[in-house]
Design a binder for this molecule. Structure first.
Ligand code: BGC
Length: 476
């Protein structure tokens, strides 16, 4: 097995999960700052207030990346560090912007290619209060476009841009299940805004349009002179039929993929929402205006793929519930014969199953014309890891195995299935604020000792990736 020699690999993080320093140098609050203050929302009652203090430790983080051999690093910008209130009429915080200019310079000086996510869920709180944030079909995309233009201009050395991280999570976890900021649970009620759809689908629509606006600005105003590329990051789990002999389960698998991945990827690559979604959701799913369609269709220079796990999928009987975000399917970890998809981890939703990764890479490639793909996140938590002593945590053979299997599956997909993957990012560089799970779940390849000076200690997995990629990057 081999990957091209210019294949980029490294680690990924997100601003709110690692930066801390939430009140430093004029940063404004995001919806996650407010959400964390709502009692009962975060498992351990914590927040990203301090996190890994990466805002004040950029030199340390760059040195860490370099010591692990990473050739690329994916991180996100804190929108409210740059525009504390977030909107196009609001003041720009130059100190916040300069922070990222320096950080990009430092990465490049260390030979590490930056992949920059414009927004990893931490939407400005003020925009949420002002007009409903992600719920606003006009204002939100325009404010995002403004923010995007500002940072494209300030960071001309960045060649790889990602607009949004996992819009599925913002839409479903943030506006249907209420597990993520802003914590709305609105899937079963008619929304007061939009064209008759309900909130998760409105939010998704607005994120797509906002993505399209940022891409247009990039292509019109920056790409001609600077080059570079831009895309969105989509998450999606692999699927296996609960009963492979049951055509309804096979069909349910397809529908599950359409409701999670194609919800976003179809408008971008094919120009409209999948028929299965329209059939089930009717007018709850917004309709693209011609202007919106023109912004969204064809708006990816590459496909950013976040991938962690697989499921067995079983069809549901009876009429589909029009408020069902999953597409009238049951999602399970065991199949008809009682086989388990993979071992348990600390994350209830995550069971390793590397063959699913190869399958899904193939499915995405076939459906969307074999686009260039960056695997923008892949990784695992470990059951009970947080209860162990530090020396034991550093010995993370489970995570080592996960990366070996998943990177192997990806290499197979490239070699045998014609899939065009150009880069890979392990999630995450270090243990960090795992959203509603707080600090109890660790995803890092480096252990962070939060109590003792925030010291980072590479786990075994941190050191496994370089030899792994060195052995694979032999083609061309
Ligand atoms: C997100 C990360 C998160 C990771 C593990 C991804 O969905 O982009 O921010 O920490 O999964 O849950």
């Amino acid at each position: 097995m081999a990957l091209p020699r210019d294949f980029l690999w490294g680690f990924a993080t997100a601003a709110y999960q690692i930066e801390g320093a939430v009140d430093q140098h004029g940063r404004g609050p995001s919806i996650w700052d407010s959400f964390c203050k709502t009692p009962g929302k975060i498992a351990d009652g914590s927040s990203g207030d301090v996190a890994c203090d990466s805002y004040n430790r950029t030199a340390e983080d760059v040195a860490l990346l370099a010591s692990l051999g990473a050739t690329a690093y994916r991180f996100s910008l804190s929108w409210t560090r740059i525009i504390p209130k977030g909107g196009r009429g609001d003041a720009v915080n130059q100190v916040g912007l300069d922070h990222y200019v320096r950080f990009v310079d430092d990465l490049l000086a260390a030979g590490i290619t930056p992949f920059v996510t414009l927004s990893h869920w931490d939407i400005p709180d003020e925009l949420h209060r002002r007009y409903g944030g992600l719920l606003d079909r006009t204002e939100f995309p325009l404010d995002f476009e403004h923010f995007a233009r500002l940072v494209f201009r300030a960071l001309p050395r960045v060649r790889h841009w990602l607009t949004f991280n996992e819009p599925w999570c913002s839409s479903v976890l943030g506006f249907s299940l209420g597990q993520f900021a802003p914590g709305r649970t609105s899937d079963r009620t008619k929304s007061p805004v939009g064209d008759g759809a309900t909130e998760p689908w409105i939010v998704a629509h607005n994120l797509l349009v906002a993505h399209g606006r940022a891409v247009k600005v990039f292509r019109d105003e920056f790409q001609p002179a600077n080059g570079g590329e831009i895309g969105i990051v989509l998450n999606g789990d692999a699927v296996f039929p609960w009963d492979p002999a049951d055509a309804a389960d096979v069909e349910a698998c397809e529908r599950k993929l359409e409701f999670s991945i194609s919800w976003f990827a179809d408008p971008i690559y094919l120009g409209d929402y999948p028929a299965s979604m329209r059939d089930q959701l009717g007018d709850r799913l917004p309709t693209f205006t011609p202007a919106e369609r023109a912004l969204v269709h064809g708006s990816n220079d590459f496909y950013g793929m976040n991938h962690y796990t697989a499921n067995y999928v079983k069809h549901r009987t009876g009429a589909a519930d029009r408020g069902d975000v999953a597409g009238h399917v049951e999602i399970l970890f065991d199949n008809k014969n009682g086989d388990s998809i993979g071992p348990e981890t600390q994350s209830t939703w995550l069971r390793p199953c590397a063959p699913g990764f190869r399958d899904l890479l193939g499915w995405i490639s076939r459906r969307y014309g074999f686009p260039k793909i960056y695997v923008t996140e892949n990784g695992t938590s470990i059951k009970g890891e947080n209860e162990l002593r530090r020396e034991q945590i550093l010995d993370d053979d489970f995570r080592v195995g996960y990366y070996e299997d998943y990177v192997g599956a990806m290499a197979l997909a490239v070699e045998r299935d014609g899939v065009d993957v150009r880069g890979y990012f392990a999630w995450s560089l270090m243990d960090n604020f795992e959203w509603h799970e707080g600090y109890e779940t660790r995803f890092g390849v480096c252990y962070v000792d939060y109590e003792n000076g925030q010291r980072r200690y590479p786990k075994k997995s941190a050191r496994r990736l370089k030899p792994l990629f060195d052995s694979l990057l032999t083609k061309g």
